[in-house]
Design a protein around this ligand. Structure first.
Ligand code: NOJ
Length: 496
């Protein structure tokens, strides 16, 4: 008993790892890999594809991409998709998360101009997956807004995007409804809005921190909800699938047992994940977000809160529109209380006002916020269960990023083992309704502003070779073995 208590404390302090869970994966848990069109396809203007905000961003502001690279060719999956599917097959995975590039099928963003060559590309990819018995998980929007929609109407800042996006999703369900039935509307809206229209570090690079990023947040939620209603009314019966949104966050662990630190960590969760999750699963903005942004806006001299109001109609319209909660999760950080950020220039981070830190002994990935802390994922899943009334949860991304690109990627293996084990703990010990786990990624890709300098693939891609060969890393063999046993420990020790 004493030992259990001590271990429990050590784990909470981040000083010990949980033991690897020996249970066999439940049959309800699908395991797969993820990637996204703008990061792997290349063919940025091939066969009628339109320009996206990320094509434009990389071409116009090369200095904003660490290695001044572009997604023009990336992994060349536009030509090599069969090879990609073969890798997924060889690893024995259940599903493949891909995204449809809006501007490849509708180059201007509107449904009056369909690019048949683009449609055919995805038809071919779906066929390849079907022939290989791999379930497609399809993201409809992975950050790649058609550039004309940004130029003509300000993209996600204009409420018209709600109808335009809904039309695009309807087009996809009409066109690809026989090919897939596991759908994600929007990937990581926090990055779309807070990074794209707030800090401006991501495309389209609009800087309006704490102001227009919240406008984007509202539009994204309404666009998602409208798409879900269309699916629910017109396609659910025949498609028999699920539609969800993918939200992302680190787990924020209180930096101490103090009430102030606990409150700060909870506030960080509500700002980072609650701002999307609460409207979807509970209705309306999280109270703490609503109160703080309103109070700070007033002190700053705004006549209304910078966080747009959700009307009763909108609250109702958005609530209950995610059939599952898609979660992208990579890291854990510790949170301490800190003095209220000074009133002055508004920003999302000042609205949140917390202090982040980490334990020096945590294994770090490619960024200053990226650490291998599996118990954080387990706690996160329990928090989601409690906060959003036990939703079905699908982990749509999880994986280890490094800057070396080494083929001997033991750190990635340790990370994956720990995180899958945390999922098993969550399922078997904490009764979390977790039905999917997806590794980012099968192969290296174009990592947005990180270009080709951080690597997450179980296969390396040689971006200097025009042929873009995929080269196996140690983690690919490890994960193939895991898929064979559907268990993390040796077969004879696996618990059925
Ligand atoms: C989240 C994003 O959805 C994905 O596009 C990105 O590559 C991964 N994080 C890894 O950085």
């Amino acid at each position: 008993m004493k030992l259990v208590l001590i271990l429990g404390c050590l784990v909470t302090l981040g000083l010990a790892q949980d033991a690897i869970n020996p249970r066999r994966f439940p049959s309800s848990l699908r395991i797969g890999v993820a990637n996204a069109a703008p990061q792997i396809e290349g063919g940025w203007d091939a066969d009628g594809k339109g320009e996206t905000i990320w094509d434009h961003f990389a071409h116009t502001f090369p200095e904003r991409i660490v290695d001044r690279s572009t997604p023009d060719i990336a992994c060349d999956s536009y030509n090599k998709y069969k090879e990609d599917v073969a890798l997924v097959k060889a690893m024995g995975l259940d599903h493949y998360r891909l995204s449809i590039a809006w501007s490849r099928v509708l180059p201007t963003g509107y449904t009056d101009n369909v690019n048949q060559a683009g449609v055919q590309y995805y038809k071919n990819l779906f066929k390849e997956l079907k022939d290989n018995n791999i379930i497609p998980m399809v993201t409809l929007y992975h950050w790649d807004l058609p550039q004309p929609l940004q130029d003509q109407m300000g993209g996600w800042l204009n409420e018209s995007i709600v109808n335009i996006f809904a039309d695009y999703t309807k087009f996809c369900w009409e066109t690809f409804g026989d090919d897939a039935n596991w759908w994600i509307t929007i990937n990581e809206p926090k990055q779309v809005c807070q990074a794209g229209y707030g800090s401006g570090v991501f495309a389209p690079g609009i800087v309006s921190d704490g102001i227009l990023d919240y406008v984007c947040t509202k539009n994204v939620l309404l666009a998602h909800a409208k798409a879900w209603h269309i699916y629910n009314d017109l396609f659910r019966k025949t498609n028999k699938g699920q539609v969800g949104m993918v939200i992302d966050s680190s787990w924020y662990e209180p930096g101490s047992e103090s009430d102030e630190d606990k409150e700060s960590a909870e506030r960080a969760m509500q700002f980072d994940i609650g701002i999307y999750g609460n409207p979807l699963f509970n209705g309306d903005w999280p109270a703490v977000v609503k109160e703080r942004v309103a109070a700070r806006s007033k002190l700053e001299g705004f006549s209304e809160s910078r966080l747009p109001i959700l009307t009763d109609f909108e609250i109702d319209y958005i609530k209950g529109t995610s059939d599952f909660l898609g979660l992208n999760h990579y890291s854990t950080l510790l949170i301490n209380h800190t003095a209220e950020a000074p009133i002055g220039r508004p920003s999302f981070e000042s609205d949140k006002s917390v202090q982040y830190w980490h334990r020096p002994e945590w294994t770090q990935g490619s960024a200053d916020w990226f650490f291998d802390v599996p118990w954080g994922l387990r706690k996160f899943l329990s928090w989601l269960k409690k906060t959003f009334n036990n939703p079905e949860i699908v982990i749509t991304e999880n994986g280890f990023s490094d800057t070396s690109g080494t083929l001997e990627d033991d750190k990635r293996i340790t990370y994956l083992e720990g995180h899958v084990s945390a999922c098993l703990d969550a399922i078997y010990e904490d009764n979390v309704n977790l039905t999917g786990y997806t590794v980012w990624s099968i192969m290296d890709d174009w990592e947005w502003t990180g270009g080709y300098t951080s690597f997450l693939g179980m296969y390396k891609v040689d971006f200097n070779d025009p042929d873009r060969p995929r080269i196996k890393r140690k983690s690919a063999d490890y994960f193939t073995g895991v898929m064979k046993k559907r268990c993390l420990v040796d077969e004879d020790k696996c618990v059925d």
